[in-house]
Write a protein that binds this ligand. Sequence first.
Ligand code: FAD
Length: 424
Amino acid sequence: MSTDRFDLAVVGAGLNGSLLALAAGDAGLRTALIDRVPLKSLTEAGFDGRTTAIAYTSQRLFAALGVWDAVAGDAEPIRDIRISDAGHDGRASPLHLHFDHREAAPDVHDPAPMGWIVENRFLRAALLQRLADCPKVELVAPDEVIETIRETDGAELTLKSGRRLPARLVASAEGRFGSMREDAGIGARSWSYGQIAIVLVAHHERPHRGVAQEKFLPGGPFAILPMTDEPARDGLAGAHRSSIVWTERADIARRLLELDAPRFQAEFTRRFGDHLGYAEPAGPRWSYPLGLIHADRYVDTRLVLVGDAAHGIHPIAGQGYNLGVRDVAALVEVLIDSKRLGLDIGAADTLERYAQWRRADNFAMVAATDLLNRLFSNDSKPLRLARDLGLAAVNRVPALRRFFVRHAMGLVGDLPKLVRGERP
Ligand SMILES: Cc1cc2nc3c(=O)[nH]c(=O)nc-3n(C[C@H](O)[C@H](O)[C@H](O)COP(=O)(O)OP(=O)(O)OC[C@H]3O[C@@H](n4cnc5c(N)ncnc54)[C@H](O)[C@@H]3O)c2cc1C
């Protein structure tokens, strides 16, 4: 193997891969970031219509890496979360669950929000902007990995362009449809939920006041996530906005997506309700098929899996990327600890430390989101009564509410330094 090699070759420049390359490069590792699509296209308005709920601890990592300032102006704080069951008419049950951000730190005068809602295109742009200024990172795109050789002393990627790229370690951040996991013989538990998430931006009459709403409708969860207001410009009035993640059975979602504007508006209104006054979809309708994938192992010889390449979950709790952020923080810390001791960063025991650190947290979220979706995307009357009573029961116990708020903020477990806001 060549000695002029990268410490780390990250395959995939999605939200996880670009964050990993930045955190690694920022910590002094010579890193290559490869993606098959031109990086500029990742930030175009037509590429990704989603927003992401950035948990409190993920925001600390973004701040520590100097990325947060570029997104802060477009990030809306999540102050409260309201969860309720709703029937076919979209009307919410009076038995509900309400989380207030102040519960995580009752003694603090002005506690931090539980998280922030940010449009993915802004997150991607901020990451790529910081990457472009990071001397330790080489951006290799558009290009594609066509062959990977991994041996005990190093790895080498062959790219479609013909370039050969030697590295001590390869990180697959290829997302849930990546091929490196399978090529390495790593199995996974995976299934489709038979659901599609319709994603859109809604404008509404009244302000959301930082409240994220999750309504459990018979077809699946309908989330109303607070976005920053759209300012008035070019003679057009401004608007209060929320991002909608509307989950339906796949066949119904496909029909909804094809409806003309008035009929789509009627279906939307039935689910959205009138708690924010008149509301209407604004801009394009996006769709994302939903499924679960969890790799049996996160590491192999000179290979680590990160983000959705290791675990892709249902967006019901808005935590999929936050898991990936914690993967990145743990991996970089483990690699830097090894490097400081003069050890091989791609050695099996280094990678095993990463895998052990991340397994329990990821597994708990995979299982919890799967269970929640099965329990709530269901129209059985006895089950609906049982879950309504469950929500109301949790709502009455402050210690339980605090437990869930701290989980949503990512404040639970053995946290890597970066998500504590420190450098590794
Ligand atoms: C509707 C919806 C809402 C969500 N909301 C939230 C939320 O509120 N909060 C949250 O935490 N999470 C949320 N998530 C989850 C989150 O979006 C994902 O976890 C995250 O985007 C995954 O990013 P990734 O970088 O791992 O993978 P991807 O985004 O899939 O990126 C993979 C990249 O790898 C590249 N690639 C793949 N193979 C190769 C190859 N061989 N060579 C070169 N390049 C390659 C691809 O081009 C791509 O750019 C949501 C998900 C959905 C579907």
